[in-house]
Design a protein around this ligand. Structure first.
Ligand code: FAD
Ligand code: UDP
Length: 392
């Protein structure tokens, strides 16, 4: 840099043109440009700023921080999640302790009912689901035998259909999984990777929790407040309503962390990667309670997949209640990468390109095309941060 300055000074004296004070030619204002203020971008921004003393600019094209985990008080004063229900759960002590620096927690174990054959039944399928559905009174051992009697063993478990049918057979698959999955993904479970439905276990006991992770809790004052605390550092500046392409040339940064869709970054060079989108229909009802569970899934009826009543999740007390319906669609904001082999092949090409792109780190659900939960995004971001050779 000293040599550069000396050369520049000599050139200036030769041409006699004083350098313009308004044009930054060499010095970087920020060390890192972080594209996206969701979990992935915010964790890396926080680490770079607070642990490595780096100056960080976080940009997001939306008008808020938090990415898809953003929550806010609606017009009626009810705390809602704009992009659908977000329930925090993890087995990682590191992730939980990391986030605990920025929020207190409210203990919360999530439960879901599925509307099947005119009844509301626990999902994941458990002992009570089977007894209620078939009017039986089996115990855990008997229900295990019952599953075995229905199961259609498959040599290879490749698809989401294989996962369910090989465990509990065709009938339960049709009642609980096939319709939901076709709605949610626009694909038959036989066209989706096994990892999608493998998220939902089958149980022989009466455990009706949706998740069994060690840590299950909601940020006491909401996700957005937690993000505010993460990003509240003198080394972090946040710019909203801004696509990074609008400012990347005007505001030089040494390196970039990108958390948007990877195919968009490379101008869809290898074609578009499918991301599943959703329409959210938010409603507020003038009643204390709207439905009998935090989330009700509708595998076989309606165009929406599920209905969420937020007060169960947040613990808020309010005379009214707010809910959201989720209507899946192909186009629109990218919410879910679609796990299937042909998409993985396309992603591999983008990944190879990303690996060769010096000075840019690709992180998160959209940039690494992974169906990650929030805690997995935090874990990935912490691990990428540790790999960044932070220059003095
Ligand atoms: P995002 O949150 O998508 O953030 C990326 C950000 O980048 C966005 O804000 C976007 O605006 C911005 N961006 C993109 N391109 C640009 C650009 N060119 N310029 C500027 N900004 C840009 N996980 C759980 O653990 N539990 C749950 O219960 C749960 N429920 C979910 C329900 C739904 C309906 C959805 C869609 C997801 C759910 N998730 C849940 C997953 C969770 O949302 C993600 O794991 C996590 O929020 C992803 O964080 P991210 O930072 O990688 O991406
Ligand atoms: N699923 C289903 N029926 C259900 C619940 C889930 O078929 O009642 C399948 C469906 O394919 C869904 C996947 O399991 O997309 C994962 O469900 P999860 O609740 O984890 O989805 P997310 O909360 O990520 O939308």
């Amino acid at each position: 840099q000293l040599i550069d300055s000396a050369i520049a000074a000599r050139q200036d004296s030769v041409t006699n043109i004083p350098p313009s004070p308004s044009i930054i030619t060499r010095d970087y204002v920020f060390d890192y440009l972080i594209v996206g203020a969701g979990f992935s971008g915010s964790v890396i921004a926080e680490r770079l700023a607070s642990q490595s003393g780096k100056k960080v600019l976080v940009v997001d094209k939306r008008n808020h921080i938090g990415g898809n985990a953003y929550d806010h008080y609606d017009d009626h004063g009810v705390l809602v999640h704009r992009y659908g229900p977000h329930i925090f759960h993890t087995n990682s002590r590191e992730v939980f302790e990391y986030l605990s620096q920025f929020t207190q927690w409210r203990s919360y174990e999530h439960r879901v009912l599925a509307s099947v054959d005119g009844q509301l039944l626990p999902i994941p399928i458990n002992l009570d689901t089977i007894n209620k559905l078939y009017g039986m009174n089996l115990n855990s051992f008997q229900v295990e035998d019952f599953y075995k009697s229905l199961a259609e063993p498959r040599e290879y478990i490749r698809t989401s259909e294989d996962v369910v049918v090989s465990k509990v057979g065709q009938e339960l698959y049709e009642k609980f999984f096939r319709g939901y999955t076709r709605k949610q993904w626009g694909l038959d479970p036989s066209e989706l990777d096994k990892s999608v439905i493998a998220r939902i276990p089958t149980r022989t006991n009466r455990d009706s929790r949706y998740f069994t992770d060690t840590y299950q809790a909601m940020p006491l004052h909401g996700f957005t407040r937690m993000f505010e605390n993460m990003l509240n550092h003198p080394n972090i500046k946040v710019m909203l309503n801004t696509d990074y392409q609008e400012i990347e040339k005007a505001i030089p940064c040494r390196e970039m962390v990108y958390t948007g869709p990877v195919d968009e970054f490379f101008d869809y060079r290898f074609g578009k990667l499918p991301y599943r989108s959703l329409d959210f229909k938010h409603e507020t009802h003038n009643t204390q309670v709207f439905q009998s569970a935090p989330v009700i899934n509708y595998p076989n009826e309606h165009l929406y997949t599920r209905v969420t009543e937020f007060k169960y999740l947040t613990g808020q007390e309010h005379s009214k209640t707010s809910i959201v319906y989720e209507f899946p669609k192909a186009e629109g904001d990218p919410y879910y990468p679609v796990p299937r082999p042909e998409n993985q092949e396309v992603y591999k090409q983008y990944k190879a390109l990303a690996d060769e792109t010096a000075g840019v780190y690709f992180v998160g659900r959209l940039a690494t095309y992974k169906y990650y939960n929030m805690d997995q995004c935090v874990a990935q971001a912490l691990s990428v941060y540790k790999q960044i050779p932070v220059r003095a």
